[in-house]
Design a protein around this ligand. Structure first.
Ligand code: MOS
Length: 738
């Protein structure tokens, strides 16, 4: 039995966040600060032929105008990727600002104006005149598909069996094409950096999902040892992939600070963010499914193409989960990428998975209609009992129970499968479902615990908390295994002074950093036991570390709590005020023998106005199986957030590009629509806990991204059920339903 793990726990940083005590990157107070404002270019491709900065330089308060003509050159880049292994690259070709006269994308930074105040810098930025030589550009992924190539790295793309023959011979088939536009992360907190030089030592306050790669990026860029660079990022106001890589702004800010020999702050505007931090790529997918009359899949062909930039390859692993989600002997799931004159895309919440599963789970719904079979029954007919890709058993997989529970809670059995058959007054009612899937990844991570004789502990790991509740969950894990209360534990993160941790991405933080905190707590326990047993009369003599636990100030035998010693006394006897243990956790080799996935089942109801074409998601039941739930309160929030993301992707989000200019036309929250309260109705999230002893010592799997994965397809399927219209191009806006 656990005391703290598994109990609804409010955020330990909640009060700090709502009272302004929590400091975000741009809020650090630094004396003698100057302000930088970025000037964006206005063409999509070409060369800068002239820069006239005289008027800007003469403007009040301006300290310097940096352009490619006077900006220092940054040193060679080391790979700073800390990303899913499928997307890791050897060479970092990411964009860096002001390094040449070349223009790679519209709204590329072409100058930085630094002034005494933000307003002075922003005003003077408008006075910089840039002349270009334009070249023809291509920003439309739809028309650039012909140039698509397989990514240089990623999952193997070898087909399984003979999908073409199996498809040809299938009794029932579905062939369809699906389109997803570019979507942009819109975190509440804008990306920002403050850079402070002291000699050749650099401190950067940054918004990032990993302080360590920002440090590597800056050290190699400025040719200084990593030990000279400090990156600080204790709070992040949302990121969800937009801060996984170091983008151009920290190096640009540090460059300016070094040039003017003063600390500089650069905060991006919402518009500037749209070409600064990446985006979900524009994705085109063709799916062909073949099945027998009983609905058993005999062929799956899932081809995806998405865009990347002209200077760097990004691949989203769009089709990866297709290989594992249903039992099917014949499969082909190639991914290709095509160059466009746009910034490089990046990971955005449930990257690849949500795009791929939108297409696959829409196609499965189409197949269910072709078969005249219930969509849930079709999924069950193709349930993968073992991993169809590797043949390995799953470490745990409670998807069947997710389907059962979700269908029961939703009332799925009352569904009339006929499109347009269900109504609520004049509104068309539709019910749709889909499967969600995500990984159970784990990365090496290190945590340090300082346990004090007064019964308090300081725990640190250089991870990040972009909002899921990492401060809280790590405090819970430490408190649980150190036998303390939450108030007795202080957990710190987001600083390169702390032990190494992976980026917060891939939904792997609790499995990685949580395992490190757990391991460090066990190391503290083991150390105390060894100290206690120096005393020949210790009642714990002969006990192994695994047999004892810390609780209520005592170290005690789990099997017989009456055999115990006072921790404070042991420490006093050994003249210790505190002990510190650092522990690095690594994925266990045992994991390699299994397929490791988290799953979910989503059921949604939509109501569609037949005259206006507006869609409301009136009910969503999401059931997820992602191992053990450490903090149900934060976990429900994660899954609710996933559903809301899914509503945005299904119904609202699209980055609009005017291809004549290669320019994003809606880089703001007025015209880029995300769900607001009025768009979100009843959402119920449920967990089917899995007792998984393979994935990691805590038994946790990825859950943050999982919550989104099936939702866009479930909504599109519900829209079909409501209206009889199959919309294969997101977002499902009213015009497509009229
Ligand atoms: Mo993750 S792509 O950082 O939400």
């Amino acid at each position: 039995m656990t005391r703290i793990i598994g109990k609804e726990t409010s955020r330990v940083d909640g009060v700090a966040k709502v009272t302004g005590k929590a400091k975000y990157a741009a809020e650090f107070q630094v004396p003698d600060l100057a302000y930088g404002f970025i000037v964006l270019g206005t063409i999509a491709k070409g060369t800068i032929t002239a820069m006239d900065t005289r008027e800007a330089e003469a403007s009040p308060g301006v300290l310097r105008v940096l352009t490619h003509l006077n900006a220092p050159r940054l040193g060679p880049k080391q790979s700073t990727e800390e990303a899913p292994p499928t997307a890791r690259r050897e060479r970092d070709k990411s964009f860096r600002a002001l390094q040449s006269d070349q223009i790679f994308f519209n709204a590329q930074p072409v100058a930085l104006v630094v002034a005494e105040t933000y307003e002075q810098a922003r005003h003077a930025a408008r006075l910089v005149r840039v002349t270009y030589r334009e070249e023809p550009h291509h920003t439309d992924t739809e028309t650039a598909q012909g140039r698509a190539r397989p990514p240089s790295q990623g999952r193997p793309q070898t087909p399984r069996g003979d999908p073409d023959t199996a498809l040809r011979d299938a009794e029932v088939k579905v062939v369809a094409e699906y389109h997803i536009p570019i979507e942009h992360h819109n975190p509440m907190e804008p990306h920002a950096s403050i850079a402070v030089w002291q000699g050749d030592r650099l401190t950067v306050f940054d918004k990032t999902q990993t302080v360590f790669t920002v440090r590597t990026h800056l050290a190699s860029g400025f040719g200084i040892p990593e030990a000279n660079v400090s990156v600080v990022s204790p709070f992040v106001g949302g990121a969800f992939g937009s801060s996984l890589r170091p983008h151009y702004h920290p190096a640009l800010t540090a460059m300016a600070a070094r040039e003017i020999r003063r600390p500089v702050k650069v905060v991006l505007t919402r518009r500037q963010m749209y070409t600064a931090h990446g985006y979900r790529p524009h994705t085109v997918q063709r799916i062909a499914l073949g099945a027998d009359r009983a609905g058993r899949l005999s062929a799956m062909i899932h081809e995806a193409v998405h865009n990347t930039s002209s200077f760097e390859e990004f691949s989203d692993d769009t089709t990866g989960f297709t290989r594992q989600v249903y039992a099917c002997p014949n499969l082909s799931a190639p991914l290709r990428v095509t160059q466009t004159d746009l910034p490089t895309p990046t990971w955005m919440r449930a990257p690849g998975a949500v795009s791929g599963m939108f297409a696959l789970e829409s196609a499965m719904d189409e197949l269910s209609y072709a078969l005249r079979m219930d969509p849930l029954a079709l999924r069950l007919a193709n349930y993968a009992e073992t991993d169809p890709e590797s043949g390995k058993p799953f470490s745990s997989k409670a998807l069947r129970e997710c389907y059962r529970l979700g269908a029961e809670k939703f009332g799925w059995k009352d569904r009339n499968p006929e499109p347009r058959s269900m109504r609520d007054g004049r509104l068309l009612v539709g019910w749709g479902m889909a499967t969600g899937v995500w990984g159970a990844m784990q990365m090496p991570a290190t945590a340090r615990i300082t346990f004090r004789a007064d019964g308090t502990a300081h725990v640190a790991s250089g991870t990040s908390d972009i909002g899921p509740g990492t401060y809280t969950v790590m405090t819970m894990i430490a408190a649980e295994y150190l036998g303390l209360n939450l108030e007795q534990v202080e957990f710190e993160l987001g600083d390169t002074r702390f032990p190494q941790a992976p980026s917060q991405g891939g939904s792997w933080t609790t499995s990685s950093v949580g395992s490190a905190v757990y391991g460090a707590a066990l190391a503290v326990t083991g150390r105390l036991l060894a100290l206690a047993n120096r005393d020949t009369s210790s009642p714990l003599r002969g006990a192994a570390a695994a047999d004892v636990e810390m609780l209520e100030g005592r170290l005690r035998l789990k099997a017989d709590p009456s055999r115990s010693v006072s921790i404070a006394e042991v420490m006093r006897r050994n003249d210790l005020a505190e002990i510190t243990e650092t522990y690095e956790s690594k994925p266990s080799p045992e994991r390699d023998k299994y397929a490791l996935l988290a799953h979910g089942a989503q059921f949604v109801e939509v109501k569609v106005d037949p005259d206006l074409g507006t869609v409301r998601v009136t009910r969503a039941i999401e059931v997820t199986a992602c191992g053990k739930i450490i903090n149900p309160k934060a976990s429900h929030s994660q899954e609710i957030g996933g559903v809301v993301w899914g509503i945005g992707m299904a119904l609202q989000e699209a980055t609009e590009i005017d291809h004549r200019y290669g320019r994003i036309m809606n880089p703001n929250l007025q015209h880029y629509h995300v769900p607001v309260n009025a768009d979100v109705h009843m959402i119920e999230t449920l967990f089917v806990e899995e007792d998984d002893t393979i994935v990691n010592p805590l038994g946790v799997k990825g859950m943050g991204e999982l919550g989104m994965v099936g939702i866009p397809a479930a909504i599109a399927n519900a829209v079909f059920h409501a209206t009889g219209k199959r919309i294969r191009e997101l977002p499902i806006t009213p015009d497509k339903l009229l």
